[in-house]
Design a protein around this ligand. Structure first.
Ligand SMILES: Cc1cc2nc3c(=O)[nH]c(=O)nc-3n(C[C@H](O)[C@H](O)[C@H](O)COP(=O)(O)O)c2cc1C
Length: 417
């Protein structure tokens, strides 16, 4: 029988990631090499849309938000989903990289993340039929002509078959063959811009019911040409996008792909489909499949994925074992021991956190402490680490001794702290 540990090594050999030597320490804090990029640990700050961009460009808010995550010790810090075309944004305030003059705003973000010790990463996406909406805090209500008075004019969304993904909006346009080719080119151009901005990892957003998933799932793809029908045709768009992105993204940099391992409640795309897709992605040079779920609902018997701790980890494990590709797992990962177990049991190669890091940006440092890592503060930039190490030393004495019994070197440290 193949042990989970052995399975993990097989995957690394297949994907070109480094073998992990048996280590007495935690896997969560073991570095991971992916192509030319070395991650200082296995913690990824998952992409999180902020709805705070201006004309596609990230603002000071993004610097603060992503800087906080990089300072907190995550190895890989993702800039939110960034649209490859203006019409591929969900909202007017989503990020986008559809023009060259947008690159400097992104370069500022990538530089800051790197300066804070993390690897800067970016997720590219296209909302397809889910475009032209208000944000999450207004439950994705579709923009209406009357929203123009607030500077929020609606625009025409695109989709594989003109099928709306929500009940309250106009039907999206159906892409013709030339339109599909032009969207694929837009993905490649945006990937090249992301490289010029200095990002070192790129993720294709193929999940959450956006354009790629709209092609994958029969819920929204009813085409009868080469882009629809049997699964191999429905996968064609995802694979063409991946091919184009890989062609435009430097060969020495890693490429991730986020999947909805299964559609949402009543959907049609299932885990077997995802395994088949992941195997194809591997041959196209994808290094990691990032396993999420949902985004498209239908009328089948497919159940909703219950939101229990680590709810996507079983999908990630199945993809890893059956498609032979490294995986990221996301979804209610909050406990250090849970994260370590997911790596040890062969479910994932990287754990991704979103809401926990919003709440607790320095979760990696606390996780390192909880798991008994020798110098947890090393995850912070040195200016923080120096002060905090000194505070620990001083606090250790100060709790246990009266002030006049403290050794002189400790007193001098207290005085200089
Ligand atoms: C504020 C917020 C914004 C998000 N934006 C994105 C996004 O841009 N792209 C994406 O793939 N997922 C996005 N997600 C989903 C997260 O990346 C993550 O998959 C999900 O929140 C589950 O992880 P968690 O339980 O650790 O929060 C977002 C989640 C939150 C909370």
């Amino acid at each position: 029988m193949v042990t989970p540990r052995a399975a993990m090594m097989d995957v690394r050999e297949l994907t070109g990631t480094d073998r992990i030597e048996e280590t007495p320490g935690c896997l969560l804090f073991a570095p991971l090499r992916l192509r030319s990029v070395t991650l200082r640990n296995r913690i990824m700050a998952s992409p999180m849309c902020q709805y705070a961009s201006d004309d596609g460009m990230p603002q000071d808010w993004h610097l603060a938000h992503l800087g906080r995550l990089a300072i907190g010790g995550s190895a890989l810090v993702f800039h939110e989903e960034t649209a490859v075309e203006a019409r591929g944004r969900k909202t007017h305030h989503c990020a986008g990289l559809w023009r060259d003059d947008q690159i400097p705003a992104f370069a500022r973000i990538a530089d800051l993340i790197r300066q804070c010790g993390a690897v800067p990463a970016i997720q590219l996406g296209h909302a397809g039929a889910k475009a032209s909406a208000h944000g999450a805090m207004r439950d994705w209500a579709k923009l209406r002509p009357e929203d123009a008075a607030d500077g929020l004019s609606p625009w025409s969304a695109i989709s594989p078959s003109g099928i709306a993904t929500s009940r309250d909006g106009p039907d999206p346009e159906t892409l013709d063959a030339a339109g599909i080719e032009s969207v694929i080119c837009a993905w490649g151009a945006a990937a090249a811009r992301a490289a010029r901005a200095g990002f070192e990892v790129l993720e294709i957003h193929g999940a959450h019911g956006y354009l790629i998933q709209q092609f994958l799932s029969e819920v929204t793809n009813r085409r009868t040409d080469d882009w629809g029908g049997p699964r191999e045709n429905r996968m064609r768009f995802a694979l063409a996008v991946t091919h184009e992105v890989r062609r435009n993204w430097p060969a020495h940099l890693p490429l991730f792909f986020r999947v909805s391992a299964v559609d949402g409640k009543g959907g049609l795309w299932d885990l077997d489909d995802t395994v088949a897709l992941a195997a194809e992605l591997r041959t196209l040079g994808v290094d990691m499949v990032d396993c999420s779920s949902g985004g498209l609902s239908g009328t089948s018997a497919m159940p909703i994925v219950p939101r229990v701790p680590g709810y996507h980890l079983p999908f990630a494990r199945a993809v890893r074992e059956r498609a032979g590709i490294a995986t990221v797992g996301v979804g209610l990962i909050r406990e250090p021991a849970q994260a370590e177990a997911a790596l040890r049991d062969g479910s994932v190669d990287i754990v991704a956190l979103a809401r926990e890091l919003m709440y607790h940006a320095d979760w990696p440092v606390h996780a390192a402490q909880a798991l008994g890592e020798p110098d947890p503060f090393t995850l912070f930039p040195e200016s923080f680490a120096f002060r905090l190490r000194r505070r620990e030393e001083v606090a250790g004495y100060a709790c246990n001794m009266p002030a006049d019994a403290l050794p002189s070197d400790v007193v001098s440290k207290i005085e200089s702290t």
